[in-house]
Design a protein around this ligand. Structure first.
Ligand SMILES: Cc1cc2nc3c(=O)[nH]c(=O)nc-3n(C[C@H](O)[C@H](O)[C@H](O)COP(=O)(O)OP(=O)(O)OC[C@H]3O[C@@H](n4cnc5c(N)ncnc54)[C@H](O)[C@@H]3O)c2cc1C
Ligand code: FES
Ligand code: FES
Length: 1345
């Protein structure tokens, strides 16, 4: 041990963006992200999840290899990387690529120019993922690309961001940025961008020079040899260089000596097991040669335990001896986590996690299949174990080190049957997960190795190994019963049938595992997929009696197919120069600084002196008295703030709406699991988070009524929120009469719709700074600063003018930063008020997910009357909305729902809404709140009728389209003028542009020819009524002619500032002097400040941008009026006058150059309907339930778009968020109503590999809307509703699958009545396609033989 101390170097040296950092004291648990964000000026690394799942924190790590004299560069997740592990490394963040002063990097410029950054929170991480791919492509030996391009291929370029999440854009424009650097890109394939002027050829992209950035500074090269040993008081970090050194370190620092030791390699395990344990000693294993090398021999490959997954993939792909097994293992490993994880995640770390903590590993499964072995070291004792023995051992203690993994090269053995010359090794791996490219744990993974030989009787299985993992058992297993059954058998249909029956039992998840039956059915599918081609390759399919069926099965896993991403996209927009620069697709304001990481979000504001940090402690019980809150460690806590800290006269209020408030903290009783009960305040966010996470709350539930956790219970107890009569929508027509006119009726059909989480990339955050005279300045990431101001004032019992809430930008809101951001700001303000110090919080993802509430779940019953041709005569709905514990905006939901539900002419429409008060977190507005559910309900009704009558759903839709008259009947004045009803035009346009009829035929043909994949196609319309709200604005012209604008609306990424800038420039140019053509560059929209601009209201409901534009237009017309006579006078004097001179003179003449306005929409024109339609085509895999979205075509009417690039971004982004709701995102709760999906591991938003492979969007510039703001219409929410087309297409594909299943079961026809749940996840789809479809297929073959 002493030796180790002697060679120690008590310092850590590294570089960040070329700057040298040298530290002698580091807490070894500090992550790189924590260091960068709190100790440097580099704030571009964003905390999106803290678990390696989002890519927002990605940076490039560069390391010098002195032996090879080469620099290695790769992305890492800075949220998981321990600072001590980067000794002698260089870190490049997006600030290091370029900035506003020295010039942006072409990556930044292209993100801006391709409109690929909306809120901008994901953008720095995206830039770094792409940059890393570019840097590494230069190291390949590919031919030199054309000047300005890289050596990347298009497909690599797109894949480079597959581990990054973006909740705003829908990925298409980001993919375009990436592709624009690729050597093989067809420039004409690139989407809408600002580099293509006037629709001419794209000739000039910001120039890319691969040599522009040096990732590894010279000065670091001398640092390499030093060994890091850092002692920070009683915490140490060691980087031993030999096994002996390691052994002595482990012995010395053992638990027996009372030392908590952590062995570390990549530390990515911390992303899954968010340990709160405090370790005394960290031992970095990566510098021990035996652990970090790969040794290859003819018969095997031996991999050191700390070798990263990426390095192993490279090594396996280089293996020329073997073109199947190792390459297939490599290909499987490529689906583990994301690139930034694989680059540091070690093989050993993964296996130890699997062994010690039952981690659902892919590596254990694939290595088990090829009969790998491991070497472990305990003390000085080395042991070689088979992987099975290793996995089955009791959990390794902290002294045992995994040294290496031995992977044999599978080849035909020289015994048994395989002595025959034709013996063959067949290997295949499988994984079913919600994301095809990985970054999602598998429901089941598997790897099968078989040795077969062919004889005249067919194919014989000589040996076989069937490994399965990740299905809810302790570790990967090999299915020995099935292996034993298969060995020695001649393959035939009946043998396969027996084998799949056996595998269902062998792969049986432990009780309590989610989707148990689905996982077992996957095993059946995988095995079938493995064995069937073997017999097929034999030329015929046999039963044991060797009958040939002579048919091909057309498998679900097409081996020749590589996972393609977004292969193409088309955008059709019509810009209009009538109101220049309004109508132009100009680049989003601030997008370049978002890309370079210079844009400041709330948590980027440097902490004021003495700043404290808070974290919420929330209830885990839905209805209980809180007796006591016990904190794990008293020494680190500064304070625990509860409702008792609210000053005298102040209210316990956290948020409010017209319908009532929600308490800031639970007082006597908790009202839901996830309710805030206290705010733990500490010196750092990390400590506050640990304190809150480990706090123990004692509850008392004696004599309490049981909580209300379902809408049915709410009905039983009449627990409702009142819907004010002015918000209760009116029925249409006479329901009884409509029913009497019907020829068919469906009664009380039921649909359930679930919740959805916002997943804004920036979680809830605020900073409160006490000011003089009892004032408080609060920086909040909020959509409604005005309301926060009022709530804070009420809580602190101060007048509202004492509270200033400032919001510059919001890292994604989607409704979740409206009501739900208020308590976060208020808790900080209360703590700051109490403690007389600044207090901030950045809510961690888990807490955010638990407290957020999200979209309203609901239960719907409907009764329909209709004619034989599909015409609906009456519809009645009973809708129970789960509103949660407080009213929030829930009483508005019925109104909202009707705005979208009335999309069809239902004849007569009646309904009964109940807004149920339950013991769940209060549900809140989420993008298209109520409308998306209602639009879906209307489609479900249509599909139900179509199935009932065996009619095409499209025909039933058209049968029930509104005429203008019926539209007027259903929507009243909202219907506008007849010309404004553009849906019929859109519908026809879309049919043509999507080639709909032809594609329906090809889908039918495909379905006839494929057994295990079925396609579906669907075209749906949407109607979505929106309302304008009063909004303030203020425009001020400064002495130099520059213009500063304030509006009520908040920039959430939706491009509000950009549209407002355009409108300001357009309206001020009405003064008609020289120089107004450059006004756009002179306008700056500034942050919202509740003391500067009052009555800011809500930024919600899709119309804030246009309302803000209108407010600005009012201000500008006042200013123009004030300036025009001066301009005329000056013009008379000197013939011409330019803007700057005019403003200078206006100042001399003391003209008031600031104007405020408050736009109040006229009652008759404040409501209007948005129209759009989409066609989606999907392909469903019948063995796994995976749905691929092959193509989506959208036509959407933006009136006369204020900015088509911004609107396009809204349309695509909303649509993809809708895909999340309909297909992927499960926001699950436990029986107490507590959210149980609490991070990126369990909550899967769309990624680049789950969006449509082809996405075509046309913005219709219908322009008839004279009562709208410059004829524009909304785009923020309505397009989300179009994603129901994917769901409907999936239903169509499933219908085909069920028809086929019926024929296998020898039942007549299909069973058309089935409900496809939302979201239609893989288990849901597979269940409907038949969990036992393989068995039925085989049975049908056997019985027909
Ligand atoms: C976002 C994300 C997604 C992922 N997805 C997948 C997936 O789809 N499939 C899959 O299989 N895996 C997945 N993983 C797991 C990943 O493969 C492991 O986290 C990684 O391999 C662990 O290696 P590491 O070097 O980071 O280990 P560390 O985090 O450093 O260590 C993990 C644990 O093992 C111990 N340890 C490490 N090395 C040794 C050793 N040589 N001897 C003894 N103990 C040791 C450590 O003390 C620690 O307890 C994912 C991880 C992340 C973060
Ligand atoms: S914050 Fe690091 S990956 Fe999400
Ligand atoms: S722009 Fe990607 S998350 Fe907002």
């Amino acid at each position: 041990m002493e030796d180790t101390q002697l060679i120690s170097t008590q310092r850590l040296v590294f570089a960040v963006n070329g700057e040298r950092f040298e530290l002698s004291e580091v807490d070894p648990s500090t992550t790189l992200l924590q260091f960068l964000r709190s100790h440097t000026r580099f704030k571009s690394v964003k905390l999106g999840c803290g678990e390696g799942g989002c890519g927002a924190c990605n940076v490039l790590l560069s390391k010098f290899n002195p032996k090879l004299k080469q620099v290695e560069d790769y992305t890492i997740s800075s949220c998981l990387t321990l600072l001590c592990s980067i000794n002698a490394c260089s870190i490049t963040s997006t600030e290091g690529l370029g900035n506003i002063k020295d010039g942006f990097h072409p990556i930044h410029e292209r993100f801006a120019g391709f409109h690929a950054s909306q809120c901008g929170f994901c953008t720095p991480g995206m830039c770094m993922s792409l940059f890393s791919a570019l840097v590494n492509s230069e190291k390949t030996h590919r031919p030199e690309p054309a000047l300005g391009f890289s050596k990347l291929t298009v497909s690599e370029a797109e894949k480079s961001i597959s581990g990054n999440l973006c909740r705003c854009t829908g990925y298409r424009p980001i993919a375009d940025v990436c592709k624009s650097f690729a050597a093989d890109v067809d420039m004409e394939d690139l989407g809408l961008n600002s580099f293509r002027k006037n629709d001419t050829k794209l000739h000039k992209l910001p120039f890319y020079d691969s040599k522009q950035i040096t990732t590894y500074p010279e000065f670091l090269k001398n640092e390499y040899e030093s060994t890091t040993v850092l002692n920070n008081r009683n915490k140490s970090w060691y980087s031993p260089r030999s096994i002996e050194e390691l052994t002595s370190l482990v012995e010395y620092n053992s638990a027996d000596n009372g030392v908590m030791v952590k062995l570390v390699a990549g530390n990515t395990g911390a992303g899954y097991y968010k340990e709160t344990d405090q370790y005394d000693t960290y031992i970095d294993l990566r510098f021990i040669p035996e652990l970090s090398t790969i040794k290859k021999a003819g018969s095997h490959i031996e991999v050191g335990a700390t070798v990263s997954i990426s390095k192993l993939i490279l090594a396996l792909n280089e293996e020329i001896n073997d073109d199947t097994v190792f390459k297939k293992i490599a290909s499987h490993l490529e689906k583990i986590g994301s690139e930034s994880i694989r680059n540091v995640a070690s093989i050993g770390g993964n296996l130890v996690m699997a062994q010690r903590k039952n981690f659902p590993s892919d590596i254990a499964t694939v290595l088990l299949a090829v009969k790998s072995k491991v070497t472990i070291l305990t003390g000085v004792k080395k042991e070689i174990l088979t992987l099975e023995e290793f996995l089955e051992k009791p959990a390794l203690d902290s002294r045992t080190v995994l040294l290496s993994v031995f992977v044999p090269y599978p080849k035909p053995t020289k015994n048994g049957y395989s002595e025959k010359a034709n013996a063959k090794v067949i290997f295949q791996t499988y994984r079913a997960s919600s994301r095809p490219l990985g970054n999602a744990l598998a429901y089941l993974n598997a790897a099968f190795l078989a040795e077969t030989s062919v004889c005249d009787r067919g194919v014989r299985i000589n040996s076989v190994r069937l490994a399965f993992g990740s299905f809810g058992v302790k570790h990967a297993i090999s299915a020995s019963t099935v292996e034993n059954y298969l060995v020695g058998k001649m393959l035939s249909v009946d043998v396969i049938y027996e084998a799949v029956k056996l595998i269902r039992f062998a792969v049986s998840p432990e009780s309590g595992t989610s989707h148990s039956a689905y996982r077992s059915s996957l095993a059946v599918g995988f095995l079938f997929d493995f064995l069937w081609p073997i017999v097929e390759a034999d030329g015929c399919v046999r039963t044991s009696t060797c009958n040939s069926y002579g048919i091909t099965s057309r498998m679900a896993f097409d081996r020749s197919e590589t996972t393609t991403l977004l292969s193409s996209a088309k955008q059709v927009i019509e810009s209009s120069s009538e109101h220049y620069p309004v109508g132009e697709a100009i680049v989003k304001s601030g997008s370049a600084i978002q890309a370079s990481g210079e844009a400041i979000f709330v948590d980027d504001i440097p902490s004021p002196l003495n700043c404290l940090h808070g974290a919420f402690i929330y209830s885990t019980k839905p209805l209980a008295r809180v007796k006591r809150i016990k904190l794990n460690s008293k020494k680190d806590v500064h304070s625990v703030v509860t409702f008792q800290d609210i000053p005298k006269g102040g209210d316990n209020i956290g948020s409010k709406t017209l319908f009532g408030p929600e308490p800031l903290f639970a007082d006597e009783l908790t009202q839901c699991a996830g309710q805030r009960i206290a705010f733990a305040v500490a010196n750092t966010q990390k400590i506050a988070d640990v304190l809150a996470d480990t706090a123990m709350v004692d509850y008392d539930m004696e004599d309490l009524e049981p909580p209300i956790l379902t809408v049915e219970q709410a009905v039983e107890k009449s627990s409702f929120f009142e819907i004010p009569s002015f918000l209760y929508p009116s029925h249409v027509g006479d329901f009884s009469k409509g029913m009497a006119e019907s020829e068919h009726q469906i009664h009380s059909a039921e649909i359930q719709l679930p919740s959805q989480y916002y997943f804004y990339m920036e979680t809830q955050t605020a900073l409160a700074v006490p000011d003089e005279d009892n004032c408080m300045v609060v920086y909040s990431s909020i959509q409604v600063p005005e309301y926060a101001q009022s709530v804070i004032a009420r809580c602190l019992n101060v007048p509202e003018h004492n509270v200033r809430v400032i919001t510059r930008r919001v890292g994604g809101g989607f409704g979740g930063k409206a009501l739900k951001a208020m308590p976060v700001a208020t808790a900080c303000a209360l703590a700051a008020y109490r403690l007389r110090r600044p207090v901030r919080t950045y809510t961690n993802r888990k807490t955010d997910m638990i407290m957020a509430g999200g979209r309203h779940p609901m239960k719907i019953k409907y009764t329909i009357g209709f004619k034989s041709n599909g015409k609906i005569t009456a519809l009645h709905l009973d809708i129970l909305i789960n509103a949660g514990m407080s009213p929030d905006i829930s009483p508005v939901l019925p109104w909202n729902m009707l705005c979208a539900l009335k999309k069809y002419n239902f004849g007569a429409l009646s309904f009964d809404f109940k807004v149920c008060k339950t013991n769940h977190s209060s549900k809140s507005a989420m993008r298209a709140p109520g409308e998306v559910q209602a639009s879906f309900i209307a489609e479900a009704v249509i599909e139900h009728i179509a199935s009932y009558l065996s009619l095409d759903a499209g025909l039933v839709r058209e049968m029930n389209f509104h005429s203008y008259d019926s539209l007027r009947l259903f929507y009243g004045v909202g219907a506008g003028e007849p010309l404004e009803y553009t849906l019929p035009t859109i519908w026809d346009k879309l049919m043509k542009s999507s080639n709909f009829d032809y594609r329906v035929e090809t889908v039918n043909t495909f379905n006839k020819n494929n057994l295990w994949r079925k396609k579906g196609i669907s075209r749906i319309p949407i109607l979505h009524e929106v309302s304008l709200r009063p909004t303030p604005g203020k425009v001020s012209i400064l002495r130099d002619g520059s213009v500063v604008v304030e509006v009520g609306g908040i920039e959430l990424g939706q491009g509000l500032w950009t549209k407002v800038k355009q409108m300001t420039a357009y309206c001020l140019s009405a003064v008609q002097c020289d120089g107004t053509d450059t006004l756009l560059d002179k306008v700056r929209v500034i942050q919202a400040d509740t003391l500067s601009m009052v009555q800011g209201g809500f930024t919600a409901g899709s119309t804030t941008s246009e309302a803000s534009c209108e407010a600005v237009r009012l201000c500008c017309s006042v200013l123009v009026e004030r300036l025009v006579s001066l301009k005329e006078k000056l013009k008379e004097q000197s013939g011409s006058v330019d803007w700057d001179l005019l403003i200078m003179q206006a100042n001399m003449y003391s003209i008031n150059l600031s104007a405020s306005s408050f736009f109040v929409p006229e009652f008759t024109s404040m409501r209007y309907i948005n129209y759009g339609a989409a066609v989606s085509e999907v392909e469903v895999n019948l063995l796994t339930g995976e749905t691929k979205i092959l193509q989506t075509d959208i036509v959407y009417d933006c009136g006369q778009s204020l900015n088509p690039a911004v609107d396009l971004g809204q349309i695509e982004g909303a649509f993809v968020q809708g895909i999340g709701f309909f297909m992927l995102e499960e926001y699950l709760t436990n029986s107490d109503g507590m959210v149980v999906v609490d991070g990126t591991w369990t909550y899967k938003i769309p990624t680049i590999d789950t969006i449509p492979k082809q996405l075509n969007v046309q913005i219709l510039n219908s322009g008839h809307h004279k009562k709208r703001v410059l004829s524009s219409k909304a785009s923020g929410e309505p397009p989300l509703l179009l994603a129901a087309s994917v769901h409907c297409a999936t239903r169509a594909a499933i219908k085909e699958a069920r028809k086929q299943l019926c024929s296998w079961k020898r039942l007549d026809g299909s069973d058309p009545m089935f409900q496809l749940d939302v979201p239609a996840t893989m288990p849901v789809v597979k269940t409907l396609c038949g969990l036992d479809n393989v068995e039925f297929y085989l049975q049908s073959l056997l019985s027909s033989s």
